[in-house]
Design a protein around this ligand. Structure first.
Ligand SMILES: C[S@@+](CC[C@H](N)C(=O)[O-])C[C@H]1O[C@@H](n2cnc3c(N)ncnc32)[C@H](O)[C@@H]1O
Length: 580
């Protein structure tokens, strides 16, 4: 999904980066050592009284002899000379007090050099060892995911699952299977009415033809149709190679649909025709990959026909519907791919306007990615019996994913008009895509064009929610305070996922307000990884805050009483102490 938002990684210029200025006119930070120069500048031919490195000794350097500068030498001369001296001092002089003390302790510079080198080599070796270990682990991981895993046919028949990850178009998340605890697959999916108007992939390419390469005569834009597994629906595509700036790639999109259909909906024998881990060289996806690399458009069209006839046959004899009725799990990737399809078709064509917010305001737009959400929802034990709400739901991604992946009752509230409009489009597309993939979702409701503040129906949902999401990364302090007020009546056990802590760091219970909901919250910090959020490719922190049945004793810690402060002990407040 696209990066929407500001570059939030900008940070103010660090103080250490500021070069020394005419502060050079003030002495470096070594005031304890008094130097009484008798000579101006560095003229070693003149007699100099040294203190510092050779504290207490009086040395007269010989003519031409090189000597280590004392700090006193650095603030001699006029302003310009002192500035130059200061530069030298900070860049490589003896200014570092600790360093200088070390120098004083050691007998000679020659002795230091080998020791330092030894130290550096030691630390380099350990760093190498770590990075070596990391890269070995990484190689192992990649190998595990990309190498076809041996199949135990009988086990597979029993569970009706595929374990492996495909080496081609689907990502590694393929290995994560979610246990089906509610009717995720619609057992009657093949008996649904046939008329559905979906946003087709054809429109996405046709509307932005300038983003597609037509130079290669082998790949001319061609209309093709792709069959879906259960519903009698075929999506129209315009097959074309895309330029770098094209956000929709029809060739990859088709491959993902074929691969997902085979992995989730086809019985073993048919699946192997599309993806075969044991003998990949001849399966359809491998031939597709090769044809893409050869820019062989005719072959791509032929492969789509081959795939369509396989799907038509399996659909006709009811093998695919039977297969999903037996499934006990579904791959998380199916959820992520349906989300991806809806986002590409419903949101992306018009996403630019989402950027039209006031910088650093509460309305800055940014998104949490499906894999991150799956992890966070899992940590909160979201399930089909629970209630979820996203406060500031944007185009509805999080609400939709919670309803689809966990089958829970799912709500979203969004104030901005454009995000609300895209949310409507995306939800419509989502309903239809669920039908063609034969999956169901929990009840969903959005409060669009409305604020979550002072909103009675929203407050009613918040009060009975089990999991609340608030992407408060850029909420200002006023809105953050209002958000906390919304949580006053949360039930015990409710969990809040947020990007900034709900309980302020260093919070202690004020005995004037022990009844504040914050006193009953436990806020835990977690780390998200690269590409988990849309506003940065780097990792960061997120928080899960749980409402406890009792006061969180951690917040009872306060400043120790004056009598105890000297003892250096921390005082734990309790009902018998009154010193806050
Ligand atoms: C950073 S986006 C989060 C979108 C989505 N929840 C996600 O994490 O992918 C925050 C959203 O909160 C919305 N928002 C800010 N203040 C709001 C309010 N008082 N009521 C409802 N929505 C609000 C903004 O318009 C924006 O769309």
């Amino acid at each position: 999904m696209a990066l929407l938002g500001l570059d939030l990684d900008r940070s103010p210029v660090r103080r250490e980066d500021t070069p020394p200025t005419s502060s050079a006119t003030s002495p470096p930070e070594t005031a304890g050592d008094i130097v009484k120069p008798t000579a101006i500048g560095n003229d070693s031919r003149q007699e100099t009284v040294w203190k510092g490195a050779d504290r207490g000794k009086t040395t007269v350097p010989r003519v031409g002899e090189k000597r280590t500068k004392s700090y006193g030498d650095y603030y001699k001369g006029n302003a310009l000379q002192q500035l130059l001296n200061a530069t030298e001092y900070f860049v490589g002089g003896v200014g570092d007090r600790r360093q200088r003390r070390k120098l004083e302790k050691r007998e000679s510079l020659e002795e230091i050099a080998p020791r330092k080198r030894k130290q550096t080599i030691k630390s380099e070796t350990s760093a190498e060892k770590i990075s070596d270990k990391k890269s070995t682990e990484r190689r192992k991981q990649i190998k595990e995911h990309s190498e076809p895993k041996p199949h135990n046919e009988s086990e597979q028949e029993q569970s009706g699952e595929q374990n492996g990850c495909t080496p081609w178009f689907l990502s590694h998340e393929m290995s994560k299977n979610v246990k089906i605890t509610w009717s995720f697959f619609d057992p009657e999916a093949d008996n649904k009415p046939k008329e559905l108007e979906l946003t087709s992939a054809y429109t996405l390419v046709n509307d932005r033809l300038d983003r597609y390469v037509m130079k290669n005569p082998q790949i001319t834009p061609r209309e093709v149709y792709l069959l879906y597994p259960l519903f009698d629906y075929q999506e129209k595509y315009l097959l074309a190679e895309c330029k770098l700036n094209a956000w929709f790639n029809p060739i990859a999109d088709i491959a993902r649909v074929m691969e997902l259909t085979a992995t989730v909906y086809m019985p073993e024998k048919a699946r192997k025709k599309v993806i075969d881990f044991d003998n990949p060289s001849n399966c359809l996806i491998k031939r597709w990959d090769d044809a893409v690399n050869r820019h062989d458009g005719d072959q791509l069209v032929q492969l789509i026909e081959e795939y369509n006839s396989l799907v038509a046959k399996l659909r006709k004899n009811g093998q695919m519907i039977q297969h999903i009725r037996q499934r006990k799990t579904f791959p998380q990737l199916l959820v992520h791919e349906i989300m991806n399809q809806c986002y590409l078709r419903g949101v992306l064509p018009d996403y630019r306007k989402l950027r039209s917010y006031k910088a650093f305001s509460n309305y800055v737009y940014g998104e949490l990615m499906p894999s991150f959400l799956s992890r966070a929802f899992n940590q909160c034990n979201l399930s089909h019996t629970k209630v979820f709400i996203d406060l500031g739901s944007g185009v509805g991604n999080c609400t939709i994913q919670a309803a689809l992946e966990y089958g829970c009752e799912s709500y979203g509230v969004e104030i901005m008009d454009h995000a609300s409009r895209l949310c409507r489009l995306q939800t419509e597309e989502f309903e239809k895509r669920c039908a063609i993939w034969g999956v169901r979702h929990g009840a969903m409701k959005f409060f669009l064009g409305e604020s979550f503040v002072d909103n009675a129906p929203v407050q009613e949902v918040i009060d009975r929610s089990d999991v609340i999401l608030v992407n408060n990364y850029l909420f200002d302090s006023e809105l953050s305070k209002k958000v906390v007020d919304l949580f006053s009546n949360l039930k015990t056990g409710t969990q809040i996922i947020s990007l900034k802590p709900i309980v302020p760091p260093g919070y202690t219970i004020s005995w004037g307000h022990p009844e504040s909901i914050l006193s009953r919250m436990k806020c835990t910090r977690y780390t998200y990884g690269e590409n988990d959020v849309s506003w940065t490719s780097k990792g960061g922190f997120y928080y899960i805050t749980e409402v406890l049945p009792h006061i969180n004793e951690e917040y009872l810690r306060a400043l120790p009483a004056r009598s105890q402060r000297t003892r250096g002990k921390e005082l734990v407040l309790n009902a018998f102490t009154n010193n806050v």
